[in-house]
Design a protein around this ligand. Structure first.
Ligand code: FES
Length: 137
């Protein structure tokens, strides 16, 4: 697994997402309340871009006449036909064992450690003061 710097933390505020390219693959990076998650940006149904879908939550009916809404902002609805996926795992809401898109490890690395080996010159001191979102592919 290799780590790739895909954005500055400030580029993806909580509740938003960003489409990036990692090793020529489209990856949708989501910020759920400060946690970063990354999904392969292709719906397993017919290839819709999940990054351009609607972020939603989980609607359940524990018994007839009772509806509960939870996990707000943790699911993405494909814009083409409405299949929904858990942003944390990439698994579909309707059949998680059969339908899923690939989920990548994502997180935050601080300053120079995030970009070590990529942009740092060997003979000159480099100071990087920002935090970066990194995806492991
Ligand atoms: S392509 Fe995503 S639901 Fe059909």
């Amino acid at each position: 697994m290799s780590r790739y710097v895909v954005a500055r933390v400030a580029d993806i505020p909580p509740g938003t997402r960003k489409l990036v390219e990692v090793k020529k693959h489209p990856v949708a990076v989501f910020n759920i309340n400060g946690e970063f998650h990354a999904l392969f940006d292709r719906c397993p149904h017919q290839g819709g871009s999940l990054c351009s879908g609607l972020v939603t939550g989980l609607l359940t009916a524990p018994r007839p006449g009772q509806v509960e809404y939870s996990r707000k902002g943790e699911f993405i609805r494909c814009p083409w036909h409405g299949w929904e996926f858990d942003i944390r795992t990439g698994k579909s809401k309707c059949d998680p064992g059969q339908f899923y898109t690939r989920a990548y490890e994502a997180g935050v690395a601080s300053g120079a450690s995030a970009i070590e080996g990529r942009y740092a010159a060997e003979t000159l001191p480099v100071v990087v003061e920002d935090d970066y979102v990194v995806v492991e592919v």
